[in-house]
Each structure stands twice: as C-alpha cells, then as structure tokens.
Design a protein around this ligand. Structure first.
Ligand code: SIN
Ligand code: FE2
Length: 217
C-alpha cells in the first residue's frame, strides 16, 4: 500500500523550479499523499492544538502554530526557541509521523540534499488575512540541513528574499501539494508569506496549512 503510493509519487515526476542557487519549488510533490497527510495532521493537532503565539515584542502572530517531532518551535515574551515540551499541555510534542518525515526526506533528496532527516515539523495554520513577515530560519543549530516546506489548502504568495532583509522579495504562488526546499547557499534567505486571500479549498476549507521540516539539533 505505502510502497505503491511512493511509486506513484516517483512516476508523477513533479515539475522542478529553481528559484535560487540552493532553492527549488517541487510543484505538486505532496499532492498524492493529501489524505494520508490530513489524517496524520489531525492526529497531531488532537494532541497539540493550534495556538497563536506571542512574539518577544508582544505581538500576537496571525498564524496559528503547533509542532510535532522531538522538539517544537515556540515564541513568547522571552524569545524564540525550540523546546522538547509543548508549553500549553506540559507534555512532549507529538512524535513526527513517519509519513511526514519520509515525505520531507524525499523532497530534500529530489532538490539535491541527500540524507535529510528532520527532527522537527512546525505546522502553521493561515486563515484569510494571516501572514508571515520576512524572516530567516535561524534558531536551528544545524544550517547544513535544508528547510523543507509543504503547502496544503488555500494558495499563498510566498515571498522569497535574499540574504539581506532589504533585498526585495520575489513572489511565488504556492498551491496545495507544492513543496519548497531551501538549503546550502540559500539556507538563510529571508522569506515570508503575504496576507492569505480568502477562498475555499475543496479539501481543506478556508485555510492554508504549511509544514516546515527542520533539523534542529
Ligand atoms: C515559515 O517560514 O515558517 C512558513 C512559510 C510558509 O508558510 O510557507
Ligand atoms: Fe521560515
């Protein structure tokens, strides 16, 4: 069953769009696994519900988040960090489902980063109007590993900047099933998401879910 699904993914040969040295968009790469991904996510969210965290500056984020894996990304008034336990439940973050880890590993491999084995998956939930301002992913210890980002649900405009905050970002539309991978010389590029446009996705409803896989430790 599982092997058949993976063969399907390989046979589809999703389109591969290089957006920078070390960064690529794999269009539709996660599409064949959509229902398995939703089931796995439902299970994660049942254990660690979405919540809107507060930045060190005291702003509540418009994006709601949760995590799975051996640690999770959190922000509060004291700063940004990874922690082994969910501060809301006091329990360890739910384990990362093998299906997710495997998808991320295959996407990274496809983009030229062999052997990626993420320990954290940050799950972001955008409702219409939610956005993520330009930032670098730099709370991880290991910048040698790429970031793998899976988009589900409503389409979004991904803002892809450069290594300086002032570099003007380019805009790429990310749709349900698209996977972005960035690493190597692009690992610390600024990126973000423009305010989500309203809409209704046939499978996911009025939201976008993004999964980012990281090697944190
Ligand atoms: C992120 O940078 O963590 C999220 C990117 C996205 O939602 O596409
Ligand atoms: Fe990010």
């Amino acid at each position: 069953m599982t092997a058949d699904l993976f063969e399907t993914v390989a046979d589809v040969r999703p389109s591969f769009e290089v957006i920078a040295v070390g960064a690529a968009l794999l269009r539709g790469f996660a599409g064949p696994l959509e229902s398995e991904l939703m089931t796995a996510l439902r299970d994660v969210v049942a254990q660690a519900p979405f919540r809107r965290m507060v930045t060190p500056g005291g702003h509540q984020m418009s994006v709601a988040m949760t995590n799975c894996g051996s640690a999770g990304w959190i922000t509060d008034r004291t700063g940004y960090r990874y922690g082994a336990d969910d501060p809301e439940t006091g329990k360890p973050w739910p384990a990362m489902p093998a299906l997710l880890r495997d998808l991320a590993g295959r996407a990274a491999d496809h983009a030229g980063f062999a052997g990626f084995s993420p320990d954290v998956c940050l799950v972001n939930r955008y409702v219409p109007g939610a956005r993520m301002s330009l930032h670098q992913d730099r709370d991880e210890l290991d910048f040698g590993a790429p970031i793998v980002s899976v988009s589900l649900g409503l389409p979004a405009i991904f803002l892809w900047g450069g290594l300086k905050r002032s570099d003007k970002p380019r805009r790429f539309r990310l749709e349900h099933g698209d996977v972005a991978v960035w690493g190597g010389p692009a690992r610390l590029n600024f990126h973000g998401v423009a305010p989500l446009a309203d809409g209704e996705h046939p499978l996911m409803g009025r939201q976008r879910i993004n999964l980012t896989f990281r090697k944190v430790r």
